[in-house]
Design a protein around this ligand. Structure first.
Ligand SMILES: [Zn+2]
Length: 242
């Protein structure tokens, strides 16, 4: 694989496939996806079919090195997978979400891992505290209050990945922000999670998961209370199961 600056360790290394969400978190099957530029193009040429691509093995990005992906990434990914499976079980078998010995610190670090992977390298360089937070798996620090993470449960099949400054706009009964904010969003079965910089947003269909300023390892997250999220409208890198 070609060398590039890893979005996690910021070292120049051979890149590897980084699945977002984690490979074992229902992200291994074939998907059809559309890049943002193709969605913009489809607005200009509404009569032409939207250009799509297919990944046979889920959504992934070549933005992290193998050492990070297999090191800290796999530690956090396995916790994410545990949570994802628990949500899946609770929906499909109608059982109460019940996982013993949850490790929210690792789960949240996996979300941050994903946000660093999907954004540009300049995002990792600018927010170097996020990568430091990841690289030490025991690190439990106070980050600036600018980092807000929201999460909901997404049981719908389609999804999207968004990075960079964005307008958020969904239907009126969902939530709406007319402000331009820095947003990273990953919507994929069974979660929808967002990183919003600099401000809190009014997101009734998502829980404000963590205010990292008051973050500690014993943070309690009660998943059955997570609201449902439906992915509405096409945004950059929309995808659906093939
Ligand atoms: Zn790395």
């Amino acid at each position: 694989m070609k060398e590039a600056i890893c979005h996690i360790c910021l070292k120049n290394r051979p890149m590897t496939k980084n699945h977002v969400p984690a490979l074992g978190g229902f992200n291994s099957g074939p998907i059809i996806y559309t890049k943002g530029k193709n969605i913009v193009r489809s607005m200009e040429y509404p009569n032409e079919p939207v250009r799509t691509s297919m990944n046979h093995n889920g959504m992934y990005y070549l933005n992290g090195c193998g050492e990070c992906n297999n090191g800290v990434g796999s530690i956090y990914a396995s916790e994410y997978i545990r949570w994802a499976n628990a949500v899946d079980n609770s929906f499909n078998q109608n059982v109460i979400f019940d996982v013993k010995d949850l490790k929210p610190l690792l789960f949240i670090k996996q979300l941050i891992f994903d946000f660093l992977i999907i954004n540009n390298i300049s995002f990792s360089q600018e927010h170097i505290l996020l990568a430091k937070f990841l690289l030490d798996k025991n690190m439990c620090i106070k980050l600036a209050p600018k980092y807000n993470i929201y999460i909901g449960v997404n049981i719908y099949g389609d999804g999207r990945v968004v990075g960079g400054p964005s307008f958020i706009e969904e239907t009126a009964d969902n939530w709406l922000s007319s402000d331009r904010i820095y947003l990273s969003e990953i919507v994929h079965y069974p979660f929808a999670y967002q990183l919003v910089l600099d401000k809190k947003i009014n997101a009734p269909h998502r829980s404000h998961l963590v205010d990292i300023t008051h973050f500690s390892e014993d943070i309690e997250i009660v998943l059955p209370d997570l609201p449902l999220v439906k992915c509405v409208g096409a945004l950059p890198n929309s995808f659906e199961p093939a």
